[in-house]
Design a protein around this ligand. Structure first.
Ligand code: ADP
Ligand code: MG
Length: 368
């Protein structure tokens, strides 16, 4: 059974000028036990609002929320449990440990603030056990200010897990940390989540963070989940231009649908006829569409039967270190595409080349 189950959850805010913003616009999503789900999207798309709605810090206007199999919110059935009865923990930006409390007291805090009291011995046992679990058993007497970022992260996790919720909500915990440290903390968090096996809903606007941490990514836009799937799927099989452009970069070639042959779409493009695969629902012959491919799926100077071969001229080559980027203008058109290759560039500005893009990699997406 899912740890979190969202059904058509909606949340509106009334703005100062009296208009209404649909911060969450009908979100349906399950999070399974031990699963790490990342909510990814640009600033203002509703990530924090969705997290706060799950936690009970915001009241949804529509829909239903179950946590650990119990309904904690239902608009229709007029159910609304307060945050402290939802059996989850929330971790905010920068982990927010109390600087004037020891590690032990920071972690003990959720236990002491419960109405149902634990004895001193019970608290000591639970706190020490969870500190051991996250690998900082010896730090109980220290203050957060004396510790490294990695240790602080572990203490924050201990505090989130001490009350046995098994569900942790994270709101961009690493966004104020500089890049190098962030990478280390991310690896450690990944390691701990996979080892300890709690379920996580993790908000970020950083696609690399999402790709690395997630079992599944929910790509959000304007209050909706635009696509939900494993990182490999949302990256290599986007179902909308929005997702294709938000995760990674993509080449877009405007085209018209000439014919549909099963999953294959025959296209009319400025560079001639092309074959791609159907990636949006409801495409019909005559539709204006966009043919998309990732820069690393274009291969220069290769000709194969299973795809598209276009003539082109190299306009610019950029050496980026690990990779090179080649800007190619497709023969006889103004259409430019980017191709990424490993290592040093094999071409120079002005070279005549051919560009091969496998049909399976050319995704045909609805224009809007
Ligand atoms: P994100 O976390 O993805 O950046 P938020 O959930 O913070 O996005 O915000 C989503 C939308 O809801 C934004 O348009 C934001 O301005 C609006 N919003 C969020 N909180 C409030 C609030 N308390 N009152 C009014 N509007 C809000
Ligand atoms: Mg936010």
């Amino acid at each position: 059974a899912p740890v979190v189950r969202l059904r058509e959850v909606a949340k509106r805010f009334r703005r100062a000028d009296g208009t209404v913003a649909n911060a969450i616009d009908g979100v349906t999503l399950d999070v399974m036990p031990g699963e790490f789900v990342v909510l990814l999207g640009p600033s203002g798309c509703g990530k924090t609002t969705l997290l706060r709605t799950i936690a009970g810090l915001e009241r949804a206007d529509e829909g239903e929320i179950d946590i650990h199999g119990a309904t904690v919110f239902s608009h229709e059935r007029r159910i609304e449990l307060p945050p402290e009865k939802r059996n989850l923990s929330m971790i905010f930006q920068s982990y927010a440990l109390w600087p004037h409390l020891t590690v032990f007291d920071n972690v003990a805090y959720p236990l002491r603030s419960r109405r149902q009291r634990y004895s001193k011995a019970e608290i000591a046992e639970k706190v020490n056990r969870v500190l051991e679990l996250v690998g900082v058993g010896e730090l109980g007497r220290q203050f957060p200010g004396q510790m490294s970022g990695g240790q602080q992260q572990r203490v924050a996790l201990a505090r989130a897990l001490v009350d046995g919720g098994d569900l942790v909500l994270f709101d961009e915990p690493l966004s104020n940390v500089d890049a190098k440290v962030r990478e280390t903390l991310r690896r450690e968090l990944l390691e701990m989540q996979r080892t300890l096996g709690f379920a996580a809903v993790y908000v970020t606007h950083d696609q690399h963070e999402a790709m690395e941490l997630a079992h599944r990514v929910a790509v959000m836009g304007a209050g909706r989940v635009r696509q939900l799937g494993p990182p490999t799927e949302v990256y290599s099989a986007p179902t909308s231009r929005y997702v294709a452009n938000f995760i990674g970069t993509t080449n877009e070639i405007p085209a018209t649908v000439q014919a549909l042959e099963g999953e294959t779409v025959v296209l009319d493009t400025p560079a001639g006829q092309a074959r791609g695969i159907r990636a949006s629902d409801g495409l019909t012959v005559g539709d204006r569409v966009v043919a998309c491919f990732r820069p690393e799926y274009g291969i220069v100077d290769e000709r194969r039967e299973d795809g598209n071969v276009w003539d082109g001229i190299v306009e610019r080559v950029l050496f980026l270190g690990a990779t090179s980027e080649t800007v190619v203008r497709l023969g006889g058109t103004d259409q430019r595409v980017r191709v990424t290759t490993l290592g040093e560039p094999a071409h120079r500005d002005g070279d005549d080349i051919t560009l091969f893009v496998p049909a399976a990699r050319l995704r045909v997406l609805a224009e809007g």
